[in-house]
Ligand binder design. Structure first.
Ligand code: NAD
Ligand code: UGA
Length: 331
């Protein structure tokens, strides 16, 4: 008997649920889907009325047809009604950030990244949604030799955050592997995404902010850490491609395959702004890995995708967005 999951491709997307829609990646994804004429149910526990950053992120959706916002916590909201007739769930809701995950906030990571994911995956199964795309993370690889990480590599997550992201992707894949599960799962291991509206705790945002305002930049460690920085538009085109990729796609790295050091990022920011940054050395942070770099072969084969925006161009776009009046650099 043939494998019921083999070579099946889900239907074209007409209606999508985006969880984490008020966040950095989720708001860009919602916008890109709406521009393609897709109806979007955008779910987030942060609403524009009470959260300034959610309001800024969701501002670009105003006036676009087909956006249905839902302010709800996935830990306790009614989930099934959100998923009626959905062709795909893009599950991006979660608590991100490597460094704060050591502290007392760990329970928040567990609740949003694992327990809420279990509820979303259960609902997708009950509502027979054909595809769920889940946001995993390059952090699941942990300490590497410095070469490109392949999806099949041994995983050594080095922070509590990374452990929850590994649990999250594996939880979704475990559900999907059940014979009776009608939902196929694609898990995207995003590599440090940047671009307009990047989260303010992240390094490129902080570096550009420091260059534009003269405020000091805290550099954790010696600045030789390297990241496969991935521009938001590239991350979004990969994510949409994952919505209709074949059912057996599984786990895919979303990164460009090259990396840059934090010192290189500082240099680019200085050359873009013509201003020297006041860099203050600070101690290296637990859980921070020295290097991330994606092996891109599966993304190319399974999604027909590769990153096209180089770091200099992407940082220029992020800087331009920061200097627009609605997005003050002082934010
Ligand atoms: P973000 O914080 O900007 O967005 C996440 C959103 O999820 C927030 O708006 C938050 O309110 C929402 N959320 C969290 N818990 C929720 C819950 N229980 N119910 C409803 N909404 C909830 O983060 P981001 O940078 O856009 O990241 C999006 C996803 O991608 C996260 O899962 C993150 O772990 C993953 N990721 C991000 C990066 C990156 O570089 N930004 C890299 C790898 C993976
Ligand atoms: C980023 C995201 O924040 C995570 O949500 C995501 O899961 C992860 O990418 C991923 O690729 O999976 P990270 O690589 O730590 O995590 O990205 P940044 O927060 O931008 O930090 C990059 C480097 O800059 C780290 O070494 C960090 O210690 C350093 N940094 C950050 C500073 O030196 N100073 C700062 O003020 C902030």
């Amino acid at each position: 008997m043939s494998d019921p999951h083999s070579a099946i491709t889900p239907p074209a997307i007409r209606r999508a649920v985006v969880t984490g829609a008020a966040g950095f990646i989720g708001s860009h994804l919602a916008h890109a889907l709406l521009q393609r004429g897709i109806t979007v149910i955008g779910v987030d526990r942060r609403g524009p009325a009470s959260d300034e950053s959610a309001a800024t992120n969701l501002n670009m959706l105003h006036g676009l047809q087909g956006y249905i916002p839902v302010t709800a916590d996935l830990l306790d909201c009614a989930t099934d009604a959100l998923l009626v007739d959905a062709d795909v769930v893009f599950h991006l809701a979660g608590v991100p950030g490597v460094r704060p995950s050591w502290g007392p906030q760990f329970s928040e990571y567990v609740r949003s990244n694992i327990l809420a994911t279990q509820r979303v995956m259960d609902a997708a199964t009950r509502m027979r949604v054909p595809r769920l795309v889940v946001a995993s993370s390059s952090s699941v690889y942990g300490v590497t030799s410095g070469g490109p990480s392949i999806e099949s590599d041994r995983l050594r997550p080095a922070s509590p955050y990374a452990v929850t992201k590994l649990a999250e992707e594996q939880l979704c894949l475990a559900h999907a592997a059940r014979a009776e599960c009608p939902t196929s799962v694609v898990a995207l291991r995003y590599f440090t995404v940047y671009g307009p509206r990047q989260r303010p705790d992240m390094f490129i945002h902080r570096t550009l902010h420091a260059a534009l305002t003269g405020h000091p930049l805290r550099l954790y460690g010696d600045g030789h850490q390297r990241r496969d920085f991935t521009f938001i538009d590239d991350a979004i085109s990969a994510t949409i491609a994952a919505g209709t990729a074949p059912d057996d796609t599984g786990i895919v790295n979303i990164g460009g395959g090259t990396n840059a050091s934090l010192i290189e990022v500082i240099n680019i920011a200085q050359s873009l702004t013509g201003r020297e940054i006041d860099v203050r050395a600070d101690t290296a942070r637990s859980g921070d890995v020295l290097s991330t770099r994606a092996d891109t072969r599966r993304a190319e084969a399974a999604l027909g995708w590769r990153a096209v925006i180089d770091l200099h161009s992407g940082m220029r776009a992020q800087m331009q967005a920061l200097t627009q009046p609605t997005n003050s650099a002082a934010a």
